[in-house]
Design a protein around this ligand. Structure first.
Ligand code: PEP
Ligand code: MN
Length: 337
C-alpha cells in the first residue's frame, strides 16, 4: 500500500502519520520527493482500512499495490489447487461437469436424472432443495426432503451431490447430506454464512454475485479460506448488464482472469448466464475454450413442466449430445472432459 501525503506537509506530520501507520503492524517507509512525500507500507496490510487512512488530514490518497486477498492469491500459491473428493477433483486437466435439475422435485425424478447424467459423463449431480426465488409465491424447494432424495441419488449412482445453502440454520443437514455446498449468487456476500462455511470441511462452490466484481468474488472466497476451509471452487454464472435479451451476461473474460489471479478451480454456469436452453451449448463451448475447470449445467426430465428454471434446462438427451460436442473443444485446448 502506498500513502500519498498532501503537499507542504511538515516533517513532524510525516513522522506522526508513519508512527500511526506503524501502530497497525506494518513498516512505514517515507520517501521525500520535490513537492510530495509518499509512504510505502511493507508487511501485511490486509487489515488496514484504506478509507480510514484516507480520512487522515495529512493524507491525499491511498493506493493498493497488492491484492487484498492472500489465501486465494496465485502469487502465494503458484500451482493450481485440486479441490474435490476421491475420483472428482476440480482444477486438474479434466474438466468436470455438474449436472442436474434446478430443483429436486421428487425422489424418482432426481434418481432417474442422476443415472442419466452419469451415463452421459457428468461427474457430480446438482439439485436445489432450498430455492432462493425472486417471488415468495414461486416454488421454494422440497427443503430437507429434497436433500434426502439427493442423498438417495448419490447412494444409487455414486455421484457426489451439490446443493445450495440459503440459511446457516440448515448447515447440519447439509453436512449430513451433500458433498459440495453451493453458495448462490444472492448469498455471495452473506459474510456470516461464508465465515461459518469456513469452519466446515466441505467443498464450497462459490458463485459470483450478479453485481459483484472479480475482486469481490475473491474476497468472498477469502472469507471461507481464512476460516480454515481452503476447499473453494469459484463459479462464473453471468452478471447483470444493460443487455436484456439474455437472463444475464456470461462474463467469459472472468474465467481466464480468475485463473490468472487465483489458484482455485474456476467453473462456469452457462444455464443461469443465458436463461435459455438453446444457448447453453455455445456458452459451454466458450467457457471450455477459455480454460474453465468445470461446468454446472441444468438438466431436467421435462423442462416444460419444471418447477423452476425450465426454459434454461436441457433434456437428458440434449445434455448427452452436448457432452459429446464439448469433447473436441476440450481437446483443442489440451484438456479432457
Ligand atoms: C442455482 O444454481 O440454481 C442458482 C439459483 O444459481 P445462482 O445462485 O447462480 O442464481
Ligand atoms: Mn436454477
Amino acid at each position: 500500500m502506498i500513502v500519498i501525503l498532501k503537499q507542504g506537509i511538515s516533517k513532524e506530520k510525516v513522522q506522526e502519520v508513519c508512527s500511526w501507520l506503524e501502530s497497525q503492524n506494518v513498516k512505514a517507509n517515507p520517501i521525500y520527493g520535490q513537492d510530495t512525500v509518499i509512504i510505502g507500507l511493507v508487511g501485511d496490510t490486509s487489515s488496514i482500512d484504506m478509507s480510514t487512512v484516507e480520512m487522515n488530514e495529512s493524507v491525499e490518497r491511498v493506493m493498493k499495490v497488492q491484492e487484498p486477498y492472500k489465501k486465494a492469491n496465485r502469487k502465494f500459491h503458484p500451482d493450481d489447487s485440486l479441490i474435490g473428493g476421491s475420483g472428482w477433483q476440480f482444477g486438474g486437466n479434466r474438466i468436470l461437469v455438474i449436472a442436474g435439475p434446478c430443483s429436486v422435485e421428487s425422489e424418482e425424478q432426481i434418481v432417474t436424472l442422476a443415472e442419466q447424467v452419469k451415463e452421459s459423463g457428468a461427474t457430480a449431480l446438482r439439485g436445489g432443495a432450498y430455492k432462493p426465488r425472486t417471488s415468495p409465491y414461486a416454488f421454494q424447494g422440497l427443503r430437507a426432503e429434497g436433500l434426502m432424495y439427493l442423498k438417495k441419488a448419490r447412494d444409487r449412482t455414486g455421484l457426489p451431490v451439490v446443493s445450495e445453502i440459503t440459511n446457516l440454520m440448515h448447515l447440519d443437514l447439509f453436512n449430513e447430506y451433500v458433498d459440495v455446498i453451493q453458495v448462490g449468487a444472492r448469498n455471495m456476500q452473506n459474510f456470516e454464512l461464508l465465515k461459518e462455511l469456513g469452519r466446515t470441511g466441505k467443498v464450497i462452490l462459490l458463485k459470483r454475485g450478479f453485481a459483484n466484481t472479480i475482486e469481490e468474488l475473491l474476497m468472498s472466497s477469502e472469507y471461507i479460506m481464512s476460516g480454515g476451509n481452503e476447499k473453494v471452487i469459484l463459479c462464473e454464472r453471468g452478471i447483470r448488464t444493460f443487455e436484456t435479451s439474455t437472463r444475464n451476461t456470461l462474463d467469459v473474460s472472468a474465467i481466464p482472469m480468475l485463473k490468472r489471479l487465483s489458484h482455485l478451480p474456476v467453473i462456469a454456469d452457462p444455464s443461469h448466464a443465458c436463461g435459455m436452453a438453446w444457448m447453453v451449448e455455445p456458452l459451454a463451448k466458450a467457457a471450455v475454450a477459455v480454460g474453465c475447470d468445470g461446468l454446472e449445467i441444468e438438466v431436467h426430465n421435462d423442462p416444460k413442466h419444471a418447477l423452476s428454471d425450465g426454459p434454461q434446462s436441457l433434456t437428458p438427451e440434449a445434455f448427452d449430445a452436448l457432452m459429446k460436442k464439448l469433447k473436441p473443444v476440450a481437446a483443442a485446448v489440451g484438456r479432457e472432459i
